[in-house]
Design a protein around this ligand. Structure first.
Ligand SMILES: Cc1ncc(COP(=O)(O)O)c(C=O)c1O
Length: 497
């Protein structure tokens, strides 16, 4: 690898070649990590944030090795991407075998490739019944862009309704649908027009629930996680549903809305898990007004939640269009949309596309990923290991200011309150915790504008590895909050546990 670099860089000016070679070689050899990090900082855009200063060397299963000689337990998985762990042998072999056959077969040049045909068979087995047409691209943002284009073209309407706290991507269109943090849009406007933002259920901070004397009875820590679920019994205020009705009366007429786009479990926005009636309500609103329901499964899909698709936890609701990416190909860049046939079948040729869509290597990696998830029972493992994690976090919430544990399967979050028992943590708490985790060689990310950390381990994590991760997390909490910390009782009263 290293010796090949100067050859590929030969066409560049000598100074650039020298600097790049130095950065690459010291990074890869780990001989002078200081040089490597300053070189990378100097030449890479600072606008891409980095969780750590470490330089990735190799990955194996649930672990990542960095050039400074450290081994990290990976509870970030490239933000939910390396679903079968790092370099699963079956995925590696599928990519290697395919690379020897055909690295690239462009989708405008050929009708398809053998790996694409194989993948379609596999996808048809796992996507919701009515999703029988697909269009492939490379990233979640691109999938979202295509979903919106298809919805607009099919309905001949312009409006798109998205939700507060959403993350749908960073490209121009997807960015306009993204509201989880303001810096995703900062200085990048004007945004794509005809986007309307509606509230999404955030039951923990619901003012109606908090004001109700019995509010704690119907929202407890981990309300969404079996066997802790209280959602069926509770008295949801239905505020977000009502707000959507008013949005359609006051801001945009339903006849001008092409699509409602929703994450069935809000990902980057903090792993918010809506009550079961929420998605059904969106479905019936869409049916009533001829609006398409786009369910964004980029983070929650492909077994992450213990079911193939996150929305399958929320009753029998069918999307019109579904997006997927991240975990689908274990880290190989790949994404797509699935849709009901009648929605896509009349789109004129040439109106959708992209150079690298449906690339054979990506299709091979995706088929192998689906095989591994099935053959190794990873939906079941995600459910069981998720429960192991939730039980541990609930225990930790008795000692540390964790005010909510939520999610499904291996898409689990813990939100912090403040140490005096309040529901709003001091800004920076989550980042202190993730940094303390990093110092203990646990890769863990934060999520959302509030102080939340998210756990996204590989779907094939073992019980022992999970135990190790929980131990590291507990150590990090002690580092941040002090080892003998006792959470104010008020937390549990307010959160209802
Ligand atoms: C739900 C959701 N949609 C879309 C995206 C954008 O995907 P990408 O970063 O691959 O463009 C993300 C990324 O985090 C996501 O979580």
């Amino acid at each position: 690898m290293v010796s090949g670099s100067p050859v590929r860089l030969a066409a560049l000016p000598q100074k650039v070649v020298e600097t790049a070679s130095r950065v690459l070689s010291s990074a890869l050899q780990g001989s002078k990590p200081g040089d490597a990090t300053s070189g990378l900082h100097k030449h890479l855009s600072p606008a891409v944030a980095h969780f750590s200063e470490a330089i990735a060397d190799r990955g194996e299963g649930s672990y990542v090795y960095t050039t400074d000689g450290r081994r990290h337990l990976d509870f970030a998985c490239g933000i939910g991407v390396t679903s079968t762990g790092h370099c699963h042998p079956k995925v590696v072999k599928a990519i290697q075998d395919q690379a020897a056959q055909f690295i690239f077969a462009q989708q405008n040049v050929f009708l398809g490739s053998k790996p694409l045909a194989g993948l379609l068979d596999r996808l048809l087995e796992i996507v919701p019944d009515q999703m029988t047409r697909f269009m492939f691209s490379n990233s979640g943002s691109e999938a979202v862009e295509n979903a919106v284009k298809v919805a607009r073209a099919h309905t001949r309407r312009n409006g798109v309704i998205a939700f507060e706290n959403s993350f749908h991507g960073r490209t121009m269109g997807a960015m306009a649908l993204t509201t989880s943090k303001t810096y995703y849009r900062q200085n990048f406007g004007p945004l794509m027009p005809e986007v309307y933002i509606a509230p999404y259920p955030y039951c923990l901070h619901c003012k109606v629930r908090q004001a109700s004397p019995t509010g704690g009875d119907w929202y407890s820590v981990a309300p969404n996680i079996e066997p802790y679920s209280h959602y069926d019994a509770r008295q949801c205020c239905n505020g977000p549903q009502e707000a959507l009705t008013w949005l359609l009366k006051q801001q945009v007429t339903p006849g001008e809305v092409a699509a409602i786009i929703v994450e069935p479990i809000m990902g980057e926005g903090g792993f918010l898990t809506p009550p079961p009636n929420f998605l059904k309500h969106l479905r019936s609103t869409c049916d009533q007004h001829g609006i398409l329901l786009i369910i964004d499964e980029v983070q929650s899909g492909v077994g992450r939640t213990g079911k193939w698709w996150g929305h399958q936890h929320l009753g029998d609701v069918q999307p019109d269009i579904m997006t997927f990416a991240k975990g689908i190909a274990s880290g190989f860049p790949f994404a797509g949309i699935a849709a009901k046939s009648h929605i896509m079948e009349n789109q004129p040729p040439g109106t959708l596309g992209g150079t690298y869509g449906a690339a054979p290597l990506a299709c091979a990696a995706a088929s192998a990923t689906i095989d591994v998830i099935e053959e190794e029972g990873l939906l079941q493992n995600a459910t069981e290991r998720g429960l192991q994690l939730v039980q541990a976090l609930l225990k930790l919430s008795k000692t540390y200011p964790i005010i909510d544990v939520r999610g499904r399967g291996l898409m689990v979050a813990a939100e912090f309150g403040n140490e005096e028992g309040g529901m709003t943590a001091v800004a920076g708490t989550a980042s202190k915790v993730t940094k303390a985790c990093a110092a203990r060689n646990l890769l863990l990310l934060s999520a959302g504008a509030r102080e939340t950390v998210r756990f996204l381990p590989p779907l094939n994590i073992s019980a022992d590895e999970m135990e190790e991760g929980i131990g590291l997390f507990e150590g990090a909490l002690a580092d941040v909050f002090g080892g003998t910390h006792h959470v104010a009782d008020d937390h549990h009263k307010r959160a209802g546990s």
